[in-house]
Design a protein around this ligand. Sequence first.
Ligand code: FE2
Ligand code: FE2
Length: 215
Amino acid sequence: MFDTTVCVIFVNMKNLSTGVKNILGLQLPSDPRWVNLAELELDEILTDHAYCEQKAAITCISLITKNSEKELLVDELSPIVTEEWGHFRMVIAELKKRNLKLGKQRKDVYVNSLIQFQKKDGSPQQRFLDQMLIMALIEARSCERFKRLSEGLDDLYMRNFYRKFMESEAGHYTLFITLAEHYLDKKVVRSRWTEWLKYEKELIQQMELRGDRIH
Ligand SMILES: [Fe+2]
Ligand SMILES: [Fe+2]
């Protein structure tokens, strides 16, 4: 397991169970060559990133709509919608500065592959758990990729740009696990999170290394 400390230090983790704190880390670091490839295709990265932020906002709205009886979830995810939409706008502004247009959304192989692992025929609780954990995982991997960009890019301005995103996403991935733990048995959350981490590790191993995608 690699060190995700930098993504975790910004997070108030006192509300998480010890078990989840211990297993929070992704199982496989991104290939170090990814940031060099990304640097060569930063315009493409920005477009892909804009859509990641847009999808994060849309998914949070959808989770609020589907779980409107869960008061804590509604309270916690409502500001995340605003935050993710703010991120979307920040990326759009950066594209504009470069005289680039948003362009069309690309096929998201990473997220589509994660969706394959969601339990389709489980109980409503199991489906809810997977929805929370898939979001936690996407946020965690995004945080790790933003960390790579914030440390590995030559351009100091872009390093700082991505550091802000890294700090935000670090808070988000723990929030989804905290919410899952609030509504479900902590042991069940922990056990399924371990399965997700294993699946995501295998997915990252299999995926083609591309510099034009965040994931
Ligand atoms: Fe975001
Ligand atoms: Fe996020």
